[in-house]
Structures are given as structure tokens and as C-alpha cells.
Design a protein. Structure first.
Length: 188
């Protein structure tokens, strides 16, 4: 991978708008701007609006954390996004996703032995990425399990992390020091 196109902006090189946005970000998240937000800081308003969306998707979604993180790592896999993957695979496993399910996703395989709710999230997310929609049968299964708000929240997780993956891929954001790239791009 080529060099990081949009590395973190040193504080002494930030505009006032960037400094204010970085401060607001750090105050809300408890850590400095990093990852996709480092690239987005070039447009402070985009970064802050993305943070707000991410705050809901990550911390307030009606989808349980294990399943929400499953959707996130499926999205990371679809975009071959190693930064997103290395950040969220541990969160998925901490939330109760079995490591062999995460590994199958990393390998590009359908995991075997998923729980029924995991299968619903997997099918919904894979169909959404592959087909740009979901079938009636998959929609009904998700609706029966999660309700309409759950469908919106699940769609939002896939969409938000696609947005982040796009930012990371365009910026060619480097992995944190010591992190290993686990995902290889899918053949085209």
C-alpha cells in the first residue's frame, strides 16, 4: 500500500476550524482524532457530522453489540479495510462473537455454526453489500427479529462503516504501529 495520503495534521498546522473540531471530537470521544477522522478533519464539518452518526451507530443502536460489530466487520471485509478490521474485530469478539466466525469472514467464507440472529445479520449485510438491497425473505427475517428501527440501525451500521472504509481507502490511512494487516483484497 502506498504512503498515507492524509496523515494526522499537526496541531500547529491546523486551521482554527480544524482545531475547534478536533477539540470537540476529543471531548466527546475521550481520545484524539485518529483513523478515518484524521482524513475527514480536512473538512471539519464532515468530520463532526460523521462523529455524530458514529456515536449513534456504535453506542446507541438497537442492534446488540455482538451483532452490530458483526455487521461492521462484514463491511470492513467487503472493503478490504484493515484499519477498520483491526479496530472492530477485537470489539466483536469482546461482545461475544466467536473468533472462528470472524476468521471465516476475514477469509471471505460464510461462517458455519452461526447463531440464528448472527445468520440474519450476516445475510442482511452480505446481500446489502453485494446486491445494493436485500431480498424480501431476508428483509422479513430481519424485520421479525429486529423490527423496523432495527432494520434502519442495521442498515446504518453497514452504511456508516462503508463511508469510513471509503475515507480510509482513499486516504490510504496507515495501520496503527504494531498492527498487522489481516485482510487481503478480494480478487477482481
Amino acid at each position: 500500500m502506498a504512503q498515507d495520503r492524509m496523515p494526522e495534521i499537526p496541531a500547529d498546522q491546523m486551521t482554527d476550524a480544524q482545531k475547534n473540531a478536533a477539540s470537540e471530537f476529543a471531548e466527546g470521544r475521550g481520545y484524539a482524532v485518529r483513523g478515518p477522522f484524521a482524513a475527514m478533519l480536512r473538512s471539519p464539518e464532515v468530520m463532526l457530522r460523521a462523529k455524530a452518526m458514529g456515536d449513534y451507530v456504535r453506542f446507541k443502536s438497537t442492534i446488540p453489540a455482538r451483532l452490530n460489530e458483526l455487521a461492521i466487520i462484514i463491511t470492513a471485509r467487503q472493503w478490504s479495510q484493515n484499519y477498520e478490521w483491526q479496530a472492530h474485530r477485537p470489539l466483536a469478539e469482546k461482545a461475544g462473537l466467536r473468533p472462528e466466525i470472524a476468521q471465516a469472514i476475514a477469509d471471505g467464507r460464510r461462517p458455519i455454526g452461526m447463531a440464528a440472529d448472527e445468520e440474519i445479520v450476516y445475510d442482511f449485510s452480505i446481500e446489502l453489500h453485494a446486491n445494493r438491497s436485500v431480498s424480501d425473505a431476508t428483509y422479513k427475517r430481519a424485520l421479525d427479529k429486529f423490527g423496523e428501527q432495527g432494520i434502519i440501525d442495521l442498515t446504518a451500521a453497514n452504511a456508516y462503516y462503508t463511508f469510513n472504509a471509503m475515507m480510509l481507502n482513499v486516504a490510504r490511512t496507515a495501520l496503527p504501529a504494531g498492527a498487522k494487516a489481516e485482510l487481503q483484497p478480494f480478487p477482481r
